[in-house]
Design a binder for this molecule. Structure first.
Ligand code: 9WO
Length: 267
């Protein structure tokens, strides 16, 4: 998979893309990274990439023309068509489903903006997928671009050391309905550390029981920490609403999660 990154700060990417999973992906030729300095597509002596905002206000806005010329020139470097992605706080919140979708592309062009923003006309003309990695403002889109690359390359076939650890971690763990769940807690040696023991069940050797415990931990953690990932709980005072029949003959209020209740769960 080919990644092109358009940025004012190509130097920010070196260590990240040459280390860990992104580094291994490049070393094994599963991914290639091409960094491009937006200033290379300026035409004036000062290599200007920004100007003052129409309508006034603080800060600077990135110019249309260098970004347009850069995107077109970069895309012409390889015949594979690139999916264009702009990293911006106004974008679609990045989720694992989108990461999986992007990992199926042959080529991505990631655009990292800077300053107070990018002239809207070039965004409209490039019509990129706009992606946000979280609801906070950074100084630029570079760290989000690296975040996206890291999330994508670890899904590429052949990059992982352990074949199924990508399929088992947070957001690859899913409930019966396919909704993402948080990961379960993990433990390694020693069995007791400064008075804290490892949960007994993990030492039991009963793989079925371990799988059930982990699933239950995932569901409980998700309920406590990220209830937004689960279906809406039944409103209070809703006890008398008609019940729908479950396949196992049990009853669950419509909209309530079909589970085994506290303490047990199916894996
Ligand atoms: C700056 C700013 C200053 C005052 C009031 C509002 C403001 N918005 C911005 C702003 O959005 N600046 C951006 C900086 C311009 C485009 C690149 N920058 C950026 C990308 N910051 N944060 C991101 C980002 C991208 C993806 N996911 C999370 C954050």
């Amino acid at each position: 998979m080919r990644f092109d990154v358009l940025t004012l700060f190509p130097g920010m990417f070196g260590e990240i893309l040459s280390t860990s999973m992104p580094g291994r992906a490049a070393a094994s030729r599963i991914a290639e990274y091409h960094l491009h300095d937006l200033r290379d597509w300026t035409e004036d002596n000062h290599r200007t990439v920004d100007d003052r905002p129409f309508g006034g206000g603080p800060g600077m806005v990135m110019l249309c023309e260098p970004m347009w010329n850069a995107a077109n020139a970069i895309e012409a470097l390889d015949e594979r068509p690139a999916r264009r992605v702009l990293l911006t706080p106004q974008g679609e919140p990045l989720k694992q489903d989108r990461v999986e979708d992007l990992a199926s592309s042959e080529r991505l062009l990631l655009i990292a903006g800077h300053y107070e923003g990018i002239d809207e006309r070039v965004v409209e003309r490039l019509d990129p997928l706009e992606i946000s990695v979280g609801d906070y403002v950074l100084s630029g889109g570079e760290l989000p671009a690296m975040t996206l690359i890291d999330a994508v390359v670890r899904l590429l076939p052949g990059v992982l050391g352990h074949a199924d650890s990508a399929a088992e971690d947070s957001f690859s763990t899913r409930d019966e309905e396919g909704r993402p769940l948080l990961d379960c807690p993990h433990y390694t040696r020693p069995r007791e550390w400064r008075g804290q023991a490892v949960p007994e069940i993990l030492l039991s050797g009963d793989h079925g029981a371990v799988a059930r415990w982990r699933r239950e931990q995932s569901v409980e953690r998700t309920r406590r920490r990220r209830p937004d990932l689960l279906p809406a709980p039944r409103p209070l005072g809703d006890e008398h609403r008609p019940m729908s029949r479950q396949p196992d003959g049990g009853e669950t209020a419509r909209g309530e999660q079909s589970g085994d209740g506290p303490g047990v769960s199916s894996s």
